[in-house]
Design a protein around this ligand. Sequence first.
Ligand SMILES: [Fe+2]
Ligand SMILES: [Fe+2]
Length: 537
Amino acid sequence: MASDNSSLPAARWAQTGPRRAGELLRDGRTHERSGCMAEAVQCYEAAIQAAERDAERGTLAEALRRLGVVRHHQNESALARDLCERSYRMATEAGDSVLAAEALNALAGFDVESGLIASAREKFYRALELGRASAELRGRTEQNLGVLANIQGSLAEALSHYQQSLLAFESTGDDRGCAIAYHNLGMVSADQELWDDADRYYRRSFEIAESIGDIHLQGLGLLNHAEVHLARQRYEQAKQNAEAALGIFDQIGSKLDKADAYKVIGRAYRETGRHALAESRLRAAVELAVSTGSILSEAEASRELALLYQSMGRNQEALRLLNVAHRLFSRLDARVDLVDVSTKVHRLEDTYFAVVRDWGQSIESSDSYTFGHSERVASHALALAQELELDEEQQTAIRIGAYLHDLGKVRIPHEILNKPSALSPEEFRVIQMHPLWGLELLATVEFPWDIKPIIRWHHEKHDGSGYPDRLRGDEIPVNAQVICIVDVYDALTTTRSYRPAMTHAEAMIKIQECRHWWRPDVYQAFIRSVGRVSEAA
Ligand SMILES: [Fe+2]
Ligand SMILES: [Fe+2]
């Protein structure tokens, strides 16, 4: 950059009189590349004036576009758009289809950031069509289309665009372009779990990045490749790669990339059972992400730390972190320019289920009679929730509530829980404490869904004869009633210490006798849904 002799002090203006538009444009580029934005804007504005004066329409179109892009980075979106639209018109009038395509490419980029995905796509395709003559432009446009497809989760389409971009960059001998294309191909292959391809692409990207001395790209390649090693259970290799990447990011001072590197190192430690090391690295990842303000990175690091706590049996802490991650992701919901947030949110919800299922089962493992109870309650409750046409949120709350509903039973002495004969009134009072004890165990945990009413009131009955609060009628939330009826059904149809299991038909007779325990609509829907579930099983 510094060797570019087109960069001369603005004072030259005074000595040589009006300068040519082309020269001003080049100066603007030089300032822009070295990050001197105020000077770049000055040069581009002067270039526009000079090009208008000298009727150089090509130069005018380019200066307008470049100024537009700088203005966009300065958050002057309307002005940026206006400049690029003028650039497009000017290039079209001048019959320069490549410059017209460049303007469209820039406008499409603005569209992506504003969430106008369909419009962006249409402009990128027009740019591709118009800019056929320039392989360099084709390379970038195909790359942009690849990113767009990736955002929308169309991985096969993304792969094909990245391959086209690679071909275009190869034809112009653009090594950096090729390295980026290989890198993108690696990422999209990894997303599709095509591990051999991902390995190959990342290796190639790294080689090129190394040969051209692009150290940042080397670091990114190493780190993303480390994720492939993790997926293939090559933990030592993953850790080595991520540590090498960390060294690079440290050198160039890229905090956000460092956060991601710590995350991968922490995962490698976690997978190999080195919990203390894993915790320190994952904590570092969360802290760095927070310090850079990257919500996505913080959410992902928090989820990884939650998985560590789960594997250490620290379930409350795991759930607390998952709640943090969930809140962060929901702030990203409106950000359509981020790669596939919805997949990440689904993965987070799956992690929730994994943690609560595990926790629920760990309670049952000490009691052979109830083993599998929470899993069966969860599947029957989900079927009933769907029969009642409850919304997605309620369905999720019900499934999680099902796994955790009897959490408080860990505090009930074993001899009461498994007593082969009738319980004394005193023993029954102990049993009745379990909904409240469950809530105590979750006192420090918040959930994105309304779980706690389910735990507290899953033994309340519509006729007011339940516990612990003797609620009646509509005082009891429907979600708690759903768990209540499937809970009774599962208790009846499994062997208990004090009696053998009933058949489905016997249990249904019993349920019918007790129908006043539930809201009529819940009872009716249960009759319909339980038949289907037991048939399927
Ligand atoms: Fe219970
Ligand atoms: Fe239960």
